[in-house]
Each structure stands twice: as C-alpha cells, then as structure tokens.
Design a protein around this ligand. Structure first.
Ligand SMILES: [Fe+2]
Length: 220
C-alpha cells in the first residue's frame, strides 16, 4: 500500500501490512454502519513477530492498573516501543486510516500504549479519551491465547455498542480477538468493552489513538 507523503518521526524499513482490498471495503462498510470494523491476518510476514517480541520485552516494566468504580478495569499497561511507534505512525497505517475514514489522521503518541490482559483482567464499557486525541482508534492484537476462544464468556471478544450505553445493553457487534487482527473504529464515539478474560486466557494489544491531521497541526 503506497502511503501518504507526510512526515514520520521514525524510520521505516519494513512492510507492515498485507491486506486485501475486499477486506478493506468490508471494514469501511462496518465502520460506516457500526462505528468499528476489523481486518484479520492483517500483517506481512515477520512484521507481527517484530512487534510481539518488542511487546514481550516491555512487559516487565508495564504498570498494573485497576479500578472498580465508574469505569471498571484491570490490566497492565506499558509504553509503546520504537517498533510499535514506527508501525502506528507508518505511511501504510495512515493510508489505511484515510481510506477507511475518508480523511487524514496523525498518531497521538502520548495516549497510545500497549496493554497486557491476563486471567480476570478486563476493560469495562467506555469511550476513548481525550476525544480530540482519540478521534479514531486502532487496536492491534499481537497475541491472543485461549483454550476456548469461541466460548460465549471468553474474554477474547471485543464488544461494540452504540453511541450511548446503558447497563445490560446488547452489543451491536462482537469482534473476535485473534492474533494478527487489527480493529479500527471511532473509539471516542462508540462505546466498547473487553469482558473478563477466562482462566488461562491472555491478550497483548497495542492501542493507537489518532487525532485529526488538521487539529494536530494546531498543537503547540
Ligand atoms: Fe477503548
């Protein structure tokens, strides 16, 4: 995929993505209708492994975060390493974003992170914040492990809701969490949730937040 000719702070010496046009068209339709969509097996050979290895190295320094009031969550959160930032800010990803959302975006590095979920970890229904730095969100599943990923109570599902949320509400879409899948969506406008992971389940996910390119130029 040829990229936008905008500046990147990171060198690119790798091809990251390997996605079919038909999959991108389906993603565009899902995003337009439900606010989120996804691409399965989205990576070029070796690219995913490069990111996964960097994430595994970041795990010892990840901070445990837990809260039970308002937004309920429990997970370990780390900083994106150089490879992750290079990927998130790559021309390939920016081109994918502009293709899906019909306008350009730039990475909001300061609110992007890598999250490690283990048994019992979760992230309750929420909108991504701050909204102007997370106009759209990418979730990259670097690793997803489960003995029963198809189980209805598996944590390897991302539940998508509408632009309003009430407890007990049914999801409008459930996106399976699988290694190599990329999720894109209006994370600050459509509620979404990671249910509790079952015993033995594990997920490593990059969260990339993007601001409108026009807004970003206005930043000091
Ligand atoms: Fe989110």
């Amino acid at each position: 995929m040829k990229g936008l000719n905008t500046q990147s702070a990171f060198q690119e010496d790798i091809r990251w993505l390997n996605v079919k046009q038909s999959a991108v068209e389906r993603l565009r339709r899902d995003v337009s209708k439900l606010g989120f969509g996804h691409l399965e097996q989205a990576f070029a050979p070796e690219a995913l492994e490069k990111l996964r290895q960097e994430a595994e190295r970041a795990l010892p320094n990840a901070k445990h975060a837990e809260q039970s009031e308002a937004l309920s969550y429990r997970a370990s959160i780390g900083s994106c390493g150089r490879q992750m930032m290079t990927f998130l800010s790559s021309a390939e990803v920016r081109t994918l974003l502009s293709t899906v959302f019909d306008r350009p975006f730039t990475l909001a590095q300061e609110v992007s992170c890598v999250t490690f979920y283990g048994s019992g970890d979760h992230l309750g229904p929420h909108l991504d914040e701050p909204a102007n730095r997370c106009v759209v969100t990418i979730l990259v599943y670097l690793n997803a492990e489960s003995s029963m990923p198809e189980a209805s109570d598996s944590g390897l599902n991302l539940r998508i809701y509408g632009s309003a949320f009430e407890p007990g509400q049914s999801a409008t879409m459930i996106i399976p969490t699988r290694t190599g899948t990329i999720v894109l969506g209006y994370g600050s406008r459509y509620w979404h949730e990671r249910p509790h992971l079952r015993p033995g389940e594990r997920v490593i996910a990059i969260t990339g937040c993007y601001a409108s390119a026009a807004d970003n130029r206005a930043q000091p």
